[in-house]
Write a protein that binds this ligand. Sequence first.
Ligand code: FRU
Length: 326
Amino acid sequence: QSSDKQFRIGFSQRTLTDTWRKSMLASMKQELSFHPDVEFIVKDAQGQSATQVKQIQDLINQRVDLLIVSPNAAQPITPIVERAYQLGIPIVVLDRRTASDQYTAYVGADNVEVGRTAGLYANALLKGTGNVIEIGESPGSSADIDRHRGFLQILKAHPGLRLVRKLEGDWDKRSFADELTQLIQSTAHIQLIFAQNDRTALKAHAVCQQLGLGQQIKIIGVDGLPGRNEGIDLVDRGILDATVLYPTGGKEAIRTALAILKKQPFRRENRLLTTLIDSTNVRIMKLQNEKVTEQQTDIDRQNRNLENLTKTYTSQRNTLYFTFAS
Ligand code: FRU
């Protein structure tokens, strides 16, 4: 292991395949670029809780100074995270939660609130009556459990809204497409689908299109990433009626981790804000994201300039040194 690094942070990620988690990792790396004294070890569990348990054990064996964990499912990942915590390794839980309060800090948005926001918007869209389908996250994850709980709270308060069924989202190799097709065909008047992430929402839209119901069934997603075919773009193009912005928390997790490692003050609960994106504010979101990307490109360019200047300076200094020394 490189000995010039002051700290080693291990990051156990449930999967690295989707854009939301890629964007989380990118923001972590961006924040880490300000901290060259940190070695960052990333493990990808590929959506398997058993793999994630092994990888966390691995990181414990490597004696990392701090662990960031985004659990695949709450229950299966709890004992190993508790073990690490009891061994004295600081733990930052990110996005999804374990089923325990044995961690040093948590970073993420409130998924019950995400479900509630979607429920309130569904109620507004349907004016209080209609048949609704929900499509979940991977089963057993705190995201799935909490988003469902929040959504149900609102449906219960509006008895005109009926949850026809909650389907499981895609995980491993399964696909919900056939189930959804059958469900829509066998139920009279499905008016709305709440998909617990935008990938699922886009796929649900494709199913509705195939059934010739593209315009009739309203769809709400979650995540609200920028980029082609991501949430903001899908709302902008009218493919989704709305999405609930769910921030990745990558940058905040690294900041919290560093505060813990450097024994600076930090907050144990870091609740990130969510908001609803629909046709009324999607343009603002888009413009804001373009601005941020532009600024980031400028920063990268400045950094490159600075590197080049430093290189030129070093070589000139060496030339001078050799000229005078010889
Ligand atoms: C990505 C993802 C997001 C979702 C989050 C919940 O893997 O499924 O779409 O918001 O995880 O944990």
